[in-house]
Ligand binder design. Structure first.
Ligand SMILES: [Zn+2]
Length: 79
């Protein structure tokens, strides 16, 4: 019987660690990419969209054609 308690005591932190590992990314990780699918400027949908922060600090997506425009507007690129 004591062996069972020892096993439980060993397993409990491992189980909680596993649960925290899987729960944390879903709850605490902020969603960095905006929900919009099209480019902020030309509204076109492209595969290689680059996430930027606009003047208000919110995320926007910029297509490769509008990158120059975003840089000119001094938008910060997300990393
Ligand atoms: Zn664009």
């Amino acid at each position: 019987m004591t062996e069972l308690i020892i096993i439980l005591l060993i397993l409990l932190p491992i189980i909680t660690a596993i649960i925290l590992f899987y729960v944390k990314p879903a709850t605490l990780k902020p969603v960095r990419l905006p929900r919009q699918k099209g480019c902020t400027f030309c509204k076109k949908k492209q595969k290689n969209m680059v996430p930027y922060y606009n003047d208000h600090g919110s995320s926007i997506l910029v297509c490769t054609l509008c990158l120059e425009y975003a840089e000119r507007r001094a938008y910060r690129r997300q990393r």
